[in-house]
Write a protein that binds this ligand. Sequence first.
Ligand SMILES: *Cc1c(COP(=O)(O)O)cnc(C)c1O
Length: 390
Amino acid sequence: MTRAFRKIPVARPVLDEREAEAARRVILSGWVTQGPEVAVFEKDFAGFTGAPYACAVSNCTTALHLALRAVGVGPGHEVITVSHSFIATANAIRYCDAVPVFVDIEADGFNIDPDLIEAAITPATKAILCVHQLGMPCDLKRILAIAARHGLPVIEDAACATGSEILFDGKWEKIGKPHGDIACFSFHPRKVVTTGDGGMLTTANPEYDAKFRLWRQHSMSVSDTVRHGSRDVVFEAYPELGYNYRMTDMQAAVGREQLARLSEIIAQRRALAAGYRHRLEGVSGLCLPKEPAWARSNWQSYCVKLPARSDQPAVMQALLDRGVSTRRGIMNAHLEPAYSDGASSRIASGMERSVAAQEHAIILPLYAQMDDADLDYVADTLKDILSAGG
Ligand SMILES: *Cc1c(COP(=O)(O)O)cnc(C)c1O
């Protein structure tokens, strides 16, 4: 090797003086949680996605909880989703004392297979929770048609999909417009936009939005901003059970900076993904992620399926030994001990593709600061390991 030992992480947030200055400005303002910065970040995000309403919360898991509750998911209900997702997707359904009903993913991707949804519907089904896994839009057109036939609301787990786009009625639209009833986003550092932790709900339904705003702050009838601006003494009431799912103003200020540079970050990520495809196309048995003609991914992750003969942990270790960090692909909730009792979820189709994806997929490094030499190094190292029988 000509190169000194490199260390290539799997992901890296894009954060610099702009975000640091934004957080500093808020700290010195004296208003540090769910105040003016949060309100402006919500406006910015609504403008960015084209959503009529956007409500900021503490993370995407709490966003999913509020979304499910808003559409009426409660004890005894079922929600159709995938097992093949970060565990928060299924956990949020259980927070509502409802049952996640798992169907398998598509043959050539990591998103829900719409063909399996209809057979999973029962009289207890209350909603469909679809995931735009790794930033790749799922087949919303088909999912929404099925939901409409059965009168079911659709919630989009768009945790990874800030800035991803879908071709809808001949126009490119941002995920989160929303196309379903509610979309939920994450701003964890592993996603494309980060505020440390953070989440957002978008909807076109003003009643849902009003509920999110009530519930995120303990269902307090008078918000802090209203009380602060009032000339009269105001007492609040608590009409129903609420939560503390607030976003801080430091987070919101950082989020505004992230959003302002998002188009540039996504252009870089799309170029990097194209760079991987160019370098890895034709490697025997290696399956590269496909972008349908109607989707534009933000490439939150670049996830490849190793050849069937490959030993996933061994390949990952060999890459790490040569300085390349990877992660296994998406996990399956139904295989985790937290779901092993058989009563807390229901499996409504074969799970072969989900299981195979967990066993064979690995996530390659992709972050905006990568250059061509990094891409070459990762691709060449992976090719080397696979051709040596890995
Ligand atoms: C990251 C992620 C979540 C959870 O987001 P948090 O902001 O960490 O709560 C939920 N669903 C999916 C698909 C995710 O990738």
